[in-house]
Design a protein around this ligand. Structure first.
Ligand SMILES: [Zn+2]
Length: 291
């Protein structure tokens, strides 16, 4: 199980390498702007939207990598220590927590505090209104680091906020009237989305994609799928689909991709947070038969 997953990740990284070079995520990128380090994709997205071209953004989780268990290179740790601003989420990536503690950057946004976490679940960004709160905290801190450009950050925040509000409205309307209100997902990343839009979320794995389910849990899931008339089991891009596939096969139902947007992969490299959330909405509407 683990070795298979590692192989999949390694392939994705190999494919993603030219992309990395193109993105120029390193400190040698040419700009006189701020250096901002983010720890995984949704935080990178927010900083890029709010800072615009006033910052070089280095993201610690490379495309194709699942962010929960990343390790940092010596160079990445140094970049974090030298950054003008670090945006991360405490308790989500232990290696990043350690590096922040060791290097004590001058300016930090801790996204979990800004988003308001519930019950130890780190996946706040799947509720766009919580990502908007993080964007506000990022804007405030960017203005402290670079006050001369504060007006620009404020204008960029307003644009991002209206995009997130529109997305939130689409999700609310699009999921208001569904035949099925339960979703079975491969790792338990969709709690915030479920609470915001009225879906019961049941994970095959736990909060981390590595936590494997017991046979008793699988039996419970099978019963639930039959009772609730569930026709789709949702899996994701960056982790193995084996469990979701076998569960669906045993019950004669479908699988579809629901992206927890923890990172981009080679399959989603041209997308962004907004387009991936809209793809998630379409997948949910189809799987749960929403009108
Ligand atoms: Zn996760």
């Amino acid at each position: 199980m683990r070795s298979r997953r590692t192989a999949v990740v390694a392939t994705a990284v190999a494919v993603a390498l030219p992309l990395l070079a193109a993105c120029g995520g390193g400190s040698e990128a040419s700009s006189s702007g701020m250096q901002v380090v983010t720890s995984f994709y949704p935080l990178q997205y927010v900083v890029q939207r709010v800072a615009g071209d006033r910052a070089d953004v280095v993201n610690l989780t490379q495309p194709g990598k699942e962010p929960h268990d990343i390790e940092l290179s010596v160079r990445q740790t140094a970049e974090l220590g030298d950054a003008d601003l670090v945006v991360y989420e405490r308790g989500f990536q232990a290696a990043v927590d350690d590096a922040v503690e060791q290097s004590g950057p001058d300016h930090v946004v801790e996204a979990g505090a800004a988003a308001g976490l519930e019950g130890g679940d780190p996946h706040f960004w799947l509720d766009p209104t919580r990502l908007a709160k993080v964007a506000e905290a990022v804007e405030a801190e960017l203005a402290r680091v670079d006050p001369a450009n504060a007006d620009e950050f404020s204008a960029n925040l307003a644009t991002l906020r209206s995009d997130l509000t529109r997305l939130d409205r689409s999700l609310s309307r699009g999921l208001a009237d569904c035949r099925v209100d339960t979703i079975v997902v491969s790792h338990d990343a969709f709690g915030y989305l479920g609470r915001r839009y009225g879906l019961d979320v049941v994970g095959i794995n736990g909060l981390s994609p590595d936590a494997e389910p017991s046979p008793a849990h699988i039996r419970t899931l099978q019963g639930l799928i039959r009772e609730d008339g569930i026709t789709t089991v949702f899996s994701e891009e960056l982790v193995s689909r084996e469990l979701a596939d076998s569960l669906a096969r045993d019950l004669g139902i479908r699988t579809a991709v629901l992206d927890p947007i923890e990172g981009l992969s080679d399959a989603t490299a041209k997308q962004d947070y907004l387009s991936l959330m809209r793809a998630n909405l379409r997948a949910l509407q189809k799987g749960n038969r929403c009108t």
